[in-house]
Design a protein around this ligand. Structure first.
Ligand SMILES: NC(=O)c1ccc[n+]([C@@H]2O[C@H](COP(=O)([O-])OP(=O)(O)OC[C@H]3O[C@@H](n4cnc5c(N)ncnc54)[C@H](OP(=O)(O)O)[C@@H]3O)[C@@H](O)[C@H]2O)c1
Length: 213
């Protein structure tokens, strides 16, 4: 499968490119600057330019699936959160529909089930992510929404806890394990239509994300 990763230079994105290559997929790494091309190629992916605040849709050409793991980050303002995390995500969903790309994996966030009760300084971010989630749910795409808790840069363990209903909290999760979850979901069509909270845990990733019958 050809998988376009939006946010390919990010913490999850970089790890995901390597894991996609190991799983035998062709990856397209969508980044904002040509300075990031070498890093994308080093991870076995084809680099393409795309800016969620500008032009990015041609970078998705030829993809069978799109993973959204971009984000404005905590050091920008809420204006960027709106333009990237909400509107940028929404534009990627529309671009997939226009191009006939059906499979989509959204990296959302824990806390988006009820942004009003989330950690107060993060509520605008949680609202933006929730609105993007709602948009993908209403789209025609075969989407899986992943809602990880706080991310770490520790080595992955290949083991997590997955909750198909809001769980309220749990241990932090390494970005490496979230990347592994994405690849597992792409390989498991039963995850389409599901929203899954992700925490650190003890269940092998592929088992954890497979919904019970
Ligand atoms: N941090 C957490 O604890 C946490 C928890 C739950 C969910 N999440 C979500 O998980 C996802 C990945 O998190 P992360 O920490 O791995 O992300 P990250 O390292 O902050 O990477 C985000 C990427 O998005 C890219 N980006 C920003 N604006 C863009 C734009 N206008 N056009 C295209 N790309 C753009 C950045 O590009 P540059 O490299 O050029 O800056 C960066 O590579 C995000 O959606 C985040 O909201 C994070």
């Amino acid at each position: 499968m050809t998988v376009a990763v939006i946010g390919a230079n990010g913490g999850i994105g970089r790890r995901l490119l390597s894991r996609l290559e190991r799983a035998g997929h062709d990856a397209i790494g969508v980044v904002r600057s040509e300075d990031q091309f070498d890093a994308v190629q080093d991870r076995g992916a084809e680099p393409r330019l795309g800016d969620l605040e500008g032009e990015f849709a041609p970078a998705l050409d030829g993809a069978d699936a799109v993973v959204f793991t971009a984000g404005a980050g905590g050091s920008t303002g809420w204006d960027k959160t709106l333009m990237v995390d909400l509107w940028g995500a929404r534009r990627t969903i529309a671009a997939c529909e226009e191009r006939g790309i059906h499979r989509y994996v959204m990296i959302s966030s824990r806390g988006t089930a009820d942004p009003s009760s989330g950690y107060e300084p993060l509520r605008p971010y949680l609202v933006a992510k929730r609105c993007a989630d709602d948009y993908v749910k209403r789209s025609s795409l075969d989407a899986t929404i992943l809602r990880p808790t706080s991310l770490t840069d520790e080595d992955g363990t290949g083991r997590i806890a997955a909750a198909f209903e809001p769980a309220g909290g749990g241990p932090d999760i390494p970005r490496a394990d979230v990347a592994r979850v994405v690849v597992a979901c792409l390989a498991d069509d039963a995850t389409v239509g599901h929203t899954i909270e992700l925490y650190g845990g003890e269940t092998p990733v592929e088992e954890a994300v497979h919904p019970e019958e």
